[in-house]
Design a protein around this ligand. Sequence first.
Ligand code: NI
Length: 211
Amino acid sequence: MGQKTKARMTRSQIIALFAAAAFAVGGSVVALTILADTDQVAVAKQGTGVASVGGPFTLTDEDGNRVTEADFIGKPTAMFFGFTFCPEVCPTTLFELTGYIEKLGPDADKLNYVFVSVDWERDGPAELATYISAFDERIRGLSGTEAEIAAVAKAYRVFYRRVPTDDGDYTVDHTASVYLMDSEGQFVGTISYDEDPDNALAKLKRLAEAA
Ligand code: NI
């Protein structure tokens, strides 16, 4: 808990850090816009190789239970990768997702919502449990060992990288898109960080209706 308090930054520090992080992940944002385009994804599914997003993983949920990709088969899944110390992208995305879940109404229960922390050193089940309690209760929080996180990130083509901060701590640059998987665990597209809210909600609705 002390570490969390220590990591809390002033507003100007957060802005500076976020600007630096946004600059640093510029390359991955460009790469992900390819995946974000529905037509591109459709093309990719026909065999260009980009469609191999997703796959087997073993992680631990916020209650300490071991989970695999099989636990999410049967319902489509909205999956997001980040870390609990994230100053901007993760809280914003989870806040927005909470709003979409509310707007989906009864359809919201047709989907799984998963937040995976790529910060294997600082985020475990207890940290995830505390963090996700600020958002919709249907959002699950998964963590893993260094090797487990490396494996799931590789499977989902998620970029993450530790970046040292001035205070001797570190932040984590990471892919900012929400991954959408169908009820069989097949990748169907993404919601980008700056996606129009109506588009984002429409994508989740389509995912729920296809369930
Ligand atoms: Ni983040």
